[in-house]
Ligand binder design. Sequence first.
Ligand code: GTP
Ligand code: MG
Length: 133
Amino acid sequence: IEKTYSMLKPDAVRNHHIGEIIARIERAGLTIERMVLEPVTPEQAAANYAEHEGKPFYDGLIAYITSGPVVKMVVSGEGAVKKMRTLMGPTNPAEAAPGTIRGDFGLIMDENVIHGSDSVASAEREINIFFGE
Ligand code: GTP
Ligand code: MG
């Protein structure tokens, strides 16, 4: 069964949206396989966002993702990677339609509520970053 990595980012936790977001994931027929609320370590942040190193928004991105506890999850189900990306909506909440998680709970690109792996290969890599030994 397909697995994806998802993470409720610090703004989602701060704004008390954990329950509503997880309810949407379960209502979509997906299963929460693993879940923990804790900070992202600096090592995890660097590994997860390695592709963005050197970009103008990189330092802000690392500061944001390590700014408070997050909910780290492994989510499974048929087509889980794509299903999660559809539930999330586009990267920029300003462009996300109502009914999507980012459209309903986000306002700006720098604080976009939730992360979901963009492919099965990324999911494997990210599950290892956040849940590997
Ligand atoms: P994630 O689920 O967080 O990986 O988002 P994504 O897959 O929709 O986007 P991507 O992996 O391309 O970018 C990772 C994160 O970097 C995004 O969630 C944004 O917060 C941030 N980001 C990406 N592009 C930009 C940008 O052009 N400007 C700013 N300010 N932030 C960006
Ligand atoms: Mg991404």
